[in-house]
Write a protein that binds this ligand. Structure first.
Ligand code: UDP
Length: 452
């Protein structure tokens, strides 16, 4: 007999991978499910812990991860992943053992693979959250195929060619560099990330319309229900706090003083690092473009001891005082929604890409690694709402900014971006694909409440 609403287990436990680009969509999903009547528990590492006081409606379950600062530096991220998975299992099992009767399911980022072991042991259903596109996930099959055929490393000369059966990707768009030997530890990480293990379903922060074919191919591969309910950030209240760093809101009043669509916003997200040469080229390109800019220089952006703002010579800051503003961390979603922002020079992380296209802001793509390469290819070649930055030099940056902000091509890109924004809006309104899929997800979680 079906259980009544009151008897059903209404607790949902969410386990994010503790980096900004993964924590943000997990917290947004938590907010969406809370609005549908579920009780929310966030099981999180102490490293990069979300701030519980920002989310009074959620219960937070801290997991001792025993990570050191060195473990979480950019070059040790794969190491951090195995330490977390080893150390978080026991505390997580203890929480789940105590709460088991109230939990309908656990939703987790598949990088946190200890969840599956605990859930199976306690007979709790799981659902995987994918925080990137199906196109990116699917592109790994092309990499695995090349490895099976012993074709990696490929000669550099082949990187511009199309990958057979992986339209629209070229070899250079693959998420792992095909021109060098891929270390086994990286492949293990990807295999683990790809694996949905015993999950009953997959939730995607993407939109059927923008990711249709790859979703279909993956649906064929993982034969469990898919709930494609993005873009999450357009479903949750805009003020939902998700940032790990303090946002510098002063840039919003600076933007208020700028003309509509005049400002190029520049940010490479929360993880990417660049060298001093690229920083200098970017600075000169921005200055030479003469366009107003808002530039996020995260303290950890440079791979060295110096902060990026310290490294940039004072004369650059003096010379561009009237032209632009530099901040350490911006309220990005508000920035992209501001009428003054007309373009985004980005690393093409999926959250940033989605936040930009949802505001009709065209992009200049400077991907750094992983899914950013795939996203950049879709932005420039499939959706045609952005330009590819072929190489990073003062001239190429100046040219790309001027093409986007004041050129004829920029106008067309902006028109297409605005069209895409409207289509995405349809998908989250009543009758739209994401709207309907979210209703199905709620029914699905309710159906798990008394099962397994
Ligand atoms: N972000 C922000 N302020 C900044 C730069 C980035 O709030 O100054 C946010 C941005 O809105 C996005 C997230 O950080 O939600 C970055 O995620 P993304 O997937 O784009 O890239 P990642 O940081 O994972 O490489």
């Amino acid at each position: 007999m079906e259980k009544s609403g009151a008897e059903r287990r209404r607790g949902v436990v969410l386990v994010p991978y503790p980096f900004q680009g993964h924590i943000t969509p997990m917290l947004q999903l938590a907010s969406i499910l809370h609005s549908k009547g579920f009780s929310i528990f966030i099981a999180h590492t102490q490293f990069n812990s979300p701030n519980p006081s920002s989310h009074p409606d959620f219960t937070f379950l801290p997991l001792s991860d025993h990570l050191t600062a060195a473990d979480t530096s950019f070059y040790n991220l794969l190491n951090a992943h195995s330490i977390m998975n080893k150390n978080c299992k026991a505390p997580f099992e203890k929480y789940m053992g105590e709460m088991q009767e109230h939990v309908a399911c656990i939703i987790y980022d598949s990088i946190m693979n200890f969840v599956d072991v605990v859930a199976n042991h306690l007979n709790i259903p799981t659902i995987v959250l994918r925080t990137n596109t199906a196109a990116y996930m699917h592109s790994h099959f092309a990499v695995f195929q090349l490895l099976e055929q012993n074709l990696i490393p490929l000669p550099e000369s082949q990187l511009e060619e199309a990958v057979p059966k992986a339209y629209p990707l070229r070899y250079k768009d693959l998420p792992l560099s095909a021109s060098i030997e891929i270390p086994e530890v990286v492949l293990d990480f990807i295999r683990s990330y790809m694996d949905i293990r015993s999950s009953s379903a997959v939730i995607w922060n993407t939109i059927d319309m923008v990711d249709h074919e790859p979703l279909q191919k993956l649906q064929h591969h993982w034969q469990v229900p898919f709930f494609t309910i993005g873009p999450f950030h357009k479903i949750v209240p805009p003020e939902l706090p998700t940032s790990l760093m303090e946002e510098d809101n002063s840039c919003l009043s600076w933007l208020d003083k700028q003309a509509p669509d005049s400002v190029i916003y520049v940010s490479l997200g929360s993880l990417a690092i660049i060298n001093e040469k690229e920083l200098t080229e970017m600075a000169s390109g921005l200055a030479q473009s003469k366009q107003p800019f808002l530039w996020v220089l995260r303290p950890s952006l440079l791979n060295g001891s110096k902060e990026a703002t310290e490294y940039l010579r004072e004369d650059f800051q003096n010379k561009t005082r009237e032209q632009g503003l530099i901040v350490k961390w911006a309220p990005q979603k508000k920035v992209l929604a501001h009428r003054a922002v007309g373009g985004f020079l980005t690393h093409c992380g999926w959250n940033s890409t989605l936040e930009s296209i949802c505001e009709g802001v065209p992009l200049i793509c400077r991907p750094c690694f992983s899914d950013q390469n795939v996203n950049a290819r879709y932005v420039t070649y499939v959706w045609r709402v952005g330009l590819e930055l072929e190489n990073v030099s003062e001239r190429s940056i100046e040219r790309a900014i001027n093409t986007l902000m004041v050129g004829e091509e920029g106008k067309k890109l902006r028109q297409r971006a605005i069209h895409m924004k409207k289509e995405i809006e349809h998908s989250i309104n009543s009758g739209g694909s994401s709207y309907e899929s979210l209703n199905c997800l709620v029914d699905f979680i309710n159906s798990l409440s008394g099962t397994k």
